[in-house]
Design a protein around this ligand. Structure first.
Ligand SMILES: NC(=O)C1=CN([C@@H]2O[C@H](COP(=O)(O)OP(=O)(O)OC[C@H]3O[C@@H](n4cnc5c(N)ncnc54)[C@H](OP(=O)(O)O)[C@@H]3O)[C@@H](O)[C@H]2O)C=CC1
Ligand SMILES: [Mg+2]
Length: 437
């Protein structure tokens, strides 16, 4: 049985990365006696229109050519609102066919994460406080010489699906307003400072996540679903898909593959991104992948086939497990499903990181998504972070929200932006991986 973890630690505080840029998150770090919720400090009121007007030019591309001289550092608020404000109507990814191409980071002015956080808080000042979650210390005996790699897995809920298709009957539409919900998503990312961010249901890549996260030092890749259901929603913002971001000061991109998953040799509507990264501190390479498998009951065999295809692709990329692997995803499958069993028994020697939060290390958490649809309450474990169990160790994992925190109306809510919880783990390389990875 899954039990509440006991070994709590403040991994946000412990996770030092000497010589590396860490994203400071004042006010979000743990206190010695953690409250159930993290209050947002009094925030400045939203700036007047001139700042929002400045946003238009930034998000429409001017930001890329805005030199330090032209945008003085003194006007940080203006620059941040420029980045935050929704000004682009990126109506479809067809406007941006080069999914792999990120703007040259040298042409993007860096954002101070603290300032971005303050901007988010200013937008969110009428919302209830965000929930407190703790990292659970899972450290094994073998200390690592290098700072851990923090990986975040999150189905952030596509804006078009949340407003148009998902039928979250207990969630008021007001709670889903993009201008505020995007700040809740950004706040969550800024709170946990992931080195690698694996997202599903991203339908605001080009106008929100790519420009902002690249200015925070991330390199991003987006692969939309070929027939995204978002496109059926009126006033959609383009297709949803998977996105993968990594911190450029920690990793070098070695190779990248956008994979359209097949099932029984047929091309499907589900995708994955797999990248080989090299750690700049240790020189060690590993593969990181993100996917979102087919949803809904009745599609179990289809998901299983998609999982087999993904495993085969990953086998090829890792040259039969010669480099370690981390696979993040919304698998849309409970641990009882065939696709889960394929991953658990694969020759790639994978383990599911969140099992380590259970007392016996063998049980998945009771839920990673919890929502109420017209059909009733849906509480499921669908999201996973798989890792090469011989080559990598999980040093800590972020605990899930409790039922009490989630509340009677479940997710999404005014406090939490998605129907899926984020999963966050700290990994380290084992110094001497035993035998085959
Ligand atoms: N124009 C065309 O020719 C085509 C259009 N399509 C469109 O795509 C859709 C199917 O695409 P596909 O990729 O297979 O989608 P999926 O069945 O995988 O689901 C799409 C999204 O719906 C969410 N979802 C899951 N269960 C429910 C539910 N009970 N009610 C509402 N939403 C739910 C899922 O969220 P989560 O993962 O969080 O559970 C997921 O993000 C079609 O319905 C159609 O709209 C598809 C093919 C061709
Ligand atoms: Mg969904």
């Amino acid at each position: 049985m899954y039990q509440s973890p006991r070994r709590l630690c403040s991994a946000l505080l412990q996770r030092d990365a000497p010589g590396l840029r860490r994203l400071p998150t004042p006010g979000l770090r743990r206190q010695s006696s953690p409250p159930a919720a993290v209050p947002r400090p009094a925030a400045a009121p939203r700036p007047a229109s001139p700042l929002l007007l400045a946003a238009a030019s930034a998000a429409s591309g001017a930001v890329r050519s805005c030199s330090r001289t032209a945008c003085s550092m003194g006007n940080g608020t203006s620059r941040l609102y420029s980045a935050l404000a929704k000004t682009l109507n990126s109506s479809s990814a067809s406007q941006h066919p080069e999914y792999l191409v990120s703007p040259d980071p040298e042409h993007l002015e860096p954002i101070d994460p603290k300032e971005l956080l303050e901007e988010c808080r200013a937008v969110l000042h009428t919302r209830p406080p965000r929930f407190q979650r703790d990292f659970v210390d899972l450290r094994t005996d073998c200390p690592s010489r290098h700072p851990p790699i923090r990986v975040m897995q999150w189905n952030i809920l596509a804006q078009a699906l949340g407003e148009g298709k998902d039928n979250f009957v207990q969630c008021p539409l007001e709670a889903l307003k993009w201008e505020e919900r995007k700040c809740l998503i950004l706040e969550e990312i800024l709170a946990y400072e992931p080195d690698i961010l694996c997202l599903q249901e991203v339908d605001h890549y080009f106008d929100t996540f790519q420009p902002l996260l690249s200015r925070l030092g991330y390199q991003g890749t987006f692969f939309p679903k070929p027939w995204s259901p978002c496109l059926d929603v009126e006033h959609n913002n383009g297709p949803d898909g998977c996105a993968l971001f990594f911190l450029q000061n920690r990793f070098k991109l070695v190779s990248s593959a956008n994979i359209r998953l097949t099932a029984m040799t047929l091309k499907t509507n589900q995708v994955a991104i797999a990248q080989t990264l090299e750690c700049k501190e240790s020189g060690r390479q590993f593969c990181i992948a993100v996917t979102h498998l087919k949803a809904r009951t009745g599609w179990e065999r289809f998901r299983s086939a998609q999982g087999c295809d993904l495993l085969q692709n990953l086998q090829n990329i890792t040259q039969g497990a010669k480099i370690p692997l981390i696979v993040c995803g919304d698998f849309n499958a409970e641990p009882t499903e065939e696709v889960y069993k394929h991953f658990a028994s694969s020759s790639l020697n994978l383990n599911s990181a969140y099992k380590l939060l259970s007392a016996d290390g063998q049980s998945e958490p009771p839920y990673t998504t919890w929502k109420i649809r017209t059909s009733g309450e849906c509480r499921h474990t669908l999201d996973y972070i798989w890792y090469s169990k011989h080559a990598l160790s999980v040093r800590s994992a972020l605990d899930l929200l409790t039922e009490e925190q989630i509340g009677p109306n479940r997710l999404p809510s005014f406090n939490y932006p998605s129907d899926h919880l984020s999963l966050v783990c700290d990994f380290s390389f084992n110094e001497e991986p035993d035998g085959l990875l």
